[in-house]
Design a protein around this ligand. Structure first.
Ligand SMILES: Nc1ncnc2c1ncn2[C@@H]1O[C@H](COP(=O)(O)OP(=O)(O)OP(=O)(O)O)[C@@H](O)[C@H]1O
Length: 366
């Protein structure tokens, strides 16, 4: 193998941090040449001008090339793809498939929609920690923050202010703790006076289109699990998600108080009306302080298992405020342990086969 070939092979170790595939597979390497004296000249092309991953890719290319025995120096030229090259790339990433929603009933991805009866019960905190815990178990995980009342997911995962990169019509989601994350909050433009409150005022059809666009145009790649953080209650988004993802399974989060249980049952029952099933119920903020039994009652009424009772935990709250999810930063915390156990149960389920044509529709295994 020539030195230039070895340099080319080394470039396969450079991963685009957003697309998460080697740059050699993404047509990002334009040319490789090595002089007799071992001076390597590499030209790469980034997907877009001002690519936020540019610095990292450049650094990784330099490191990878310099590490090849025989290379004495590295000269790097950085360009940008032409619109045609970008188009070819987005088509390839889509695997030649038409621009359709990849999480339909035929998909192998397990889709979970996390909902609650009312706000503030810790739904976003648990969803984010579950996503990170599943990724830490080696699953490929995507997370859609569709909670127009909160947009708290980016903050909990340390992604405040992060923006997705657009490559042609494809949207590359920011990644945190190995989870690909997209939030409606990432598309609001504060300079145009858009804030969370303006999104809340969006009407149903616009929200429906936005969720549909998330599911179609965001490049998640092949996922094992997609989690959606829904707004509390039985509003437009829950209905849209029910229509767009009838194969999604619902996780209901409730607090222990019996009064909260009733509204939680209602949001879980919506799942049945749209053809979704309830995977289970999580009781959050468990402990004497808030009474008990709410989670079990919701589970009984929905005919679904109680997946776990997450205790009140100061580290869980602080971790959320600081963008440092406790399932990785403090796994010994009792709340982290319960979330980890729920993630174990989810991680051990086989990939979604419910949509495969087996002649009969098997009951989803728990
Ligand atoms: N088990 C817990 N112990 C202590 N604090 C918690 C726990 N779970 C969540 N919290 C805290 O409660 C607050 C509300 O949580 P979170 O934003 O996740 O709720 P939510 O149900 O998603 O609310 P909304 O739907 O209104 O966004 C946050 O400050 C969070 O850190």
């Amino acid at each position: 193998m020539s030195l230039a070939d070895r340099v080319g092979a080394a470039l396969a170790s450079v991963i685009d941090p957003e697309i998460r595939r080697p740059i050699t597979e993404l047509d990002m390497v334009e040319s490789v040449a090595v002089s007799d004296a071992g001076q390597a000249s590499v030209a790469i092309r980034l997907t877009i001008v001002g690519c936020p991953a540019a610095d990292r890719i450049e650094r990784d290319v330099r490191t990878a090339v310099a590490a090849v025995p025989g290379v004495t120096g590295v000269e790097l030229a950085v360009g940008v793809m032409s619109p045609e090259q970008r188009q070819a790339l987005t088509e390839r990433l889509r695997g030649g498939r038409a621009r359709t929603m990849p999480f339909g009933p035929d998909s192998l991805t397990r889709v979970y929609a996390v909902t609650s009866g009312k706000g503030g019960v810790g739904k976003s905190t648990l969803t984010a920690n579950l996503a990170v815990a599943l990724a830490a178990r080696g699953l490929r995980v995507g997370l859609v923050d569709a909670d127009v009342h909160g947009f708290s997911i980016p903050g909990i995962l340390g992604l405040s202010g992060a923006r997705p990169t657009r490559v042609g019509e494809m949207i590359l989601p920011p990644v945190a703790f190995d989870v690909k994350v997209v939030s409606i909050g990432m598309f609001l433009d504060p300079e145009r006076g858009q804030g969370p409150s303006s999104a809340v005022a969006w009407r149903g059809p616009m929200l429906h289109r936005t969720i549909q666009q998330f599911l179609t145009d965001v490049y998640f790649g092949d996922l094992d699990v997609l989690l959606l953080d829904l707004p509390p209650g039985t509003g437009d988004i829950a209905i849209s998600v029910g229509q767009l993802l009838p194969n999604a399974e619902v996780i209901v989060v409730t607090t222990p108080q019996l009064a909260a249980a009733e509204v939680a049952v209602r949001s879980g029952a919506l799942a049945g009306q749209t053809g979704q099933s309830v995977y289970g119920v999580i009781e959050n903020m468990s402990g004497e302080l808030f009474g008990s039994g709410g989670g079990q009652r919701v589970a009984d009424e929905l005919g679904a298992p109680l997946l776990g009772a997450v205790p009140l935990s100061v580290p869980l709250r602080v971790g959320g405020d600081e963008g440092s999810p406790i399932v990785v930063s403090a796994p010994g915390d009792p709340a982290a342990a319960v979330i980890g156990k729920i993630a174990d149960g989810m991680a051990h389920r086989p990939r979604n086969l419910a949509g495969r044509s087996l002649g009969i529709a098997p009951r989803p295994s728990r």
